[in-house]
Design a protein around this ligand. Structure first.
Ligand SMILES: Nc1ncnc2c1ncn2[C@@H]1O[C@H](COP(=O)(O)OP(=O)(O)O)[C@@H](O)[C@H]1O
Ligand SMILES: [Mg+2]
Length: 361
């Protein structure tokens, strides 16, 4: 996609050290770029504070972000929040499932949060890559480590408040990482920021100013799992309050161990006190039951022997990467091929396919 005039042009060097190469994503409060740390010669992701509703810029004239006096207070308050995002991330530098922050700097009248570059896809892209639904035997093992990572965030007294498919990255090695702590708050700070709320992933208490807690992240995480498994955005909390029904994953044709289906739905309960209250509770009830464990063990055994037999078949380069091939059906057939072959191998195959088809290297 062509660069917009307000986005940093490729080739810009931020702070004498970070070489900007392309835009990775853009949200209400900022733009995330792919780039290189020229000093350490490492790929990085650079997130720039750029709240389009308060500020503007034309990079053909100057890289400095401009805002009117009337917007100054909001702009600067947002900038301070943005710096908090970097400091929050820094607290979790030892948690492997949380993206690593490398630097924070202020230039061009704005702020830059420099992170490790994650070579992967977010769960929204993965869901699309799978043709609209990630099979449970791939998704559920990935979510386990994420649930435990969010538990660690809660143990520090913070709630993330923006867990959603585009804020979770999946890497080629099958690991997952949580991103975007721009909306994270101290549990004692009972204030909501309506602007940052994502429809379908935010529970009712996020539309109000009171009552948010670890259960708020439980709702968003279960909404994320629901979306990835079913390919459907969960019915918005406010519509559910007025009577619109949320179809169960089973009704949408997704087969899950009973306790997992029940937990997803309980986590999505509109009443705060009916949800599992903490990530640990959610984890215990989703993964620790004997039922799920024995099922997982059998699956794992099956996977192992198939990985051994199939390693030679995972190479999907040259002929397969014909760009005219219908992307979804290709990916689905890859999955069918490798169905019981272990989710890591499936992921690697999918990544290669996505790269081949989009012409990226
Ligand atoms: N460290 C990273 N490595 C690779 N891609 C990233 C990284 N951080 C963000 N992205 C990509 O950019 C998108 C937007 O980043 P995010 O931090 O969620 O910002 P926003 O506040 O705009 O949502 C993500 O969905 C992801 O696809
Ligand atoms: Mg985001």
């Amino acid at each position: 996609m062509a660069n917009q005039w307000y986005q940093l042009p490729p080739g810009t060097i931020v702070g004498g050290r970070y070489h900007i190469e392309k835009v990775l994503g853009e949200g209400g409060y900022g733009i995330t770029y792919y780039g290189t740390d020229l000093r350490l010669k490492l790929p990085v992701a650079v997130k720039e504070y750029y709240p389009g509703f308060w500020a503007t810029r034309d990079c053909r004239e100057s890289l400095d972000v401009k805002y009117s006096q009337a917007q100054e207070e909001s702009y600067l308050r947002g900038l301070a929040r943005f710096e908090d995002e970097a400091l929050t991330l820094a607290q979790f530098h030892t948690v492997p499932e949380i993206v690593l922050v490398r630097d924070y700097l202020e230039k061009n009248e704005t702020g830059y949060l420099v992170m490790e570059y994650l070579d992967g896809q977010n769960l929204k892209q993965m869901t699309d890559g799978f043709g609209g639904r990630i099979p449970p035997e791939i998704l559920m093992p990935l979510m386990e480590s994420l649930i435990l990572a969010v538990q660690k965030v809660h143990e520090k007294g913070l709630i993330h408040r923006d867990i959603s498919p585009d804020n979770i990255m999946m890497l080629e090695n099958g690991h997952v990482k949580l991103l975007d702590f721009g909306n994270a708050r101290d549990v004692t700070e009972d204030r909501s920021m309506t602007l940052a709320m994502k429809q379908g992933f935010a529970p009712p208490e996020q539309y109000r100013s009171k009552g948010q807690g670890t259960w708020t992240d439980v709702y968003s995480l279960c909404a994320t799992v629901y979306y990835c498994l079913t390919g459907k955005l969960p019915v918005q909390a406010m519509d559910r309050l007025t009577g619109k029904k949320l179809p169960t994953p089973g009704e949408l044709g997704v087969r899950l161990p009973r306790c997992q289906e029940e937990m997803i739905l309980q986590g999505l309960d509109l009443f705060v006190d009916k949800r599992p209250q903490t990530m640990r509770e959610l984890w215990e009830r989703m993964y620790a039951s004997e039922d799920v464990q024995s099922q997982t063990a059998t699956q794992a055994e099956g996977m192992q022997s198939r990985i051994m037999n199939q390693t030679g078949r995972i190479d999907v380069t040259a002929a397969d990467s014909d760009k005219t091939t219908d992307r979804n059906s290709t990916l689905l057939s890859t999955y069918e091929d490798l169905k019981n072959g272990g989710f890591r191998e499936v992921c690697i195959a999918i990544f290669r396919k996505l790269r081949g088809l989009s012409g990226m290297e």
